[in-house]
Design a protein around this ligand. Structure first.
Ligand code: GDD
Ligand code: MN
Length: 363
């Protein structure tokens, strides 16, 4: 087959049929398939795709359960294809399908590895993005180009055509973190990639809503960390350590308040441990384990497991810090922040081990 269109979806129920129809209209003369990779959308996007797929053999749905992530969805979709060319494209009608024939023409004619549809080649700002997202995009572009030493006008574009053989070569090196798949491809490729950019107008979203919130900046920083230092310290561990650090801070602030409320040290330290554990749980769920994040009841259950598995860590924390606090060692005993700090550190290390192995373990 000539072309596979890989389209990640998350709650795009209202867009699927329109998307498939618009592609059909443009690619009448071509041999192609559409592979949607859906992360078990709550609006049942996968069911709509499967219904469609029973009528149209060139439409497929790869449904992933217990997973989230635009990049990893795209990677898995690409890996499931055996076509000569892969077109990565959003399913929400914001990408201009009329550019596809030109992209196909260029990659053949000029013997390129990639053709990238850029939002910024002939526009300074993107209409379909808010002011804030435009500014964020520019900052991210600047960082990306500095780090990957490329000169793309839109390294974050989610609309590009790549030869499957090229993709297959790079695939084992891709981090799959976050949503910056194109940047991931450029920074993971050993060889210089032959590419060309074309311009397109990023349309405003009509149905559904954007899944990229301000937390994508965090994912983005993790991806940059992974591409620079991932060999030494994984981005996930780095993120966990940062949150652990914030947990120590939360703990000390809470302890300060409780002590000032005239609670005994033991009570104050116990309560602060709970406050810090809760804050660590939610931050890790949002940031460190974003791709496995828990929602609703599952989040509540995970929080309980988090408390439970960290119970031992917490007892060690309380035990050690209280021991230090009431001990007779001069310069150590009676100093609440020193005792509290040491206790919190011991607890954090334990929390990390248990989180990776139990609370957010992959299915
Ligand atoms: N499978 C899966 N899993 N798909 C996802 C996920 C996810 O966790 N998150 C988003 N998607 C899908 C959406 O359903 C949509 O088809 C596409 O990925 C793009 O997501 P949007 O939420 O619409 O992103 P955007 O329009 O705000 O962002 C655009 O700009 C980014 C750069 O700033 C997109 O073009 C992105 O591809 C681009 O990287
Ligand atoms: Mn979009």
């Amino acid at each position: 087959m000539l072309l596979s269109i890989i389209s990640p979806t998350y709650n795009e129920a209202d867009n699927i049929i329109k998307f498939v129809n618009s592609i059909e209209l443009i690619l009448k003369k071509y041999d192609y398939e559409i592979i949607f990779v859906d992360d078990n959308s709550s609006d049942k996007t996968h069911e709509i795709i499967k219904n469609l797929s029973s009528k149209k053999p060139n439409v497929r749905c790869l449904r992933r359960i217990g997973r989230r992530g635009l990049s990893s969805a795209v990677i898995e979709g690409c890996l499931s294809s055996s076509s000569d060319l892969l077109l990565i494209m959003d399913a929400d009608l914001q990408h201009d399908e009329k550019k596809i024939p030109l992209m196909l023409e260029l990659i053949e004619e000029k013997q390129l590895d990639l053709v990238i549809a850029s939002r910024f080649l002939s526009h300074k700002n993107v209409l379909g993005l808010t002011k804030y997202r435009n500014a964020l995009s520019k900052f991210a572009n600047f960082l990306a180009n500095t780090i990957s030493k490329s000169r793309l006008t839109d390294p974050m574009s989610g609309f590009f055509l790549i030869k499957r053989t090229v993709f297959d070569q790079i695939a084992p090196k891709l981090s799959g973190l976050g949503f910056k798949i194109l940047l991931d491809i450029f920074s993971s490729s050993k060889n210089k990639l032959k590419y060309k950019e074309i311009s397109f107008t990023f349309k405003k979203r009509v149905y559904g809503e954007s899944k990229l919130d301000s937390l994508v900046l965090w994912e983005y920083l993790l991806l940059l960390w992974q591409s620079k230092f991932g060999n030494v310290i994984s981005a996930r561990f780095f993120s966990f350590c940062l949150i652990g650090g914030s947990g120590v801070f939360v703990h000390i602030v809470a302890l300060y308040f409780f002590i000032n409320f005239n609670l005994s040290f033991l009570y104050a330290q116990t309560l602060s441990t709970f406050v810090a554990m809760t804050s660590n749980f939610f931050l890790n769920n949002m940031l460190t384990y974003r791709d496995r994040r828990k929602k609703g009841f599952a989040a509540f259950k995970a929080l309980l497991i988090f408390y439970l598995t960290c119970g031992i860590g917490a007892s060690a924390n309380i035990g050690i810090s209280n021991l230090l606090y009431v001990s007779n060692v001069s310069g150590v005993s009676g100093i609440w922040y020193f005792s509290g700090f040491i206790g919190a550190i011991v607890g954090s290390i334990w929390n990390f081990l248990m989180s990776s192995l139990v609370t957010w373990k992959t299915k």
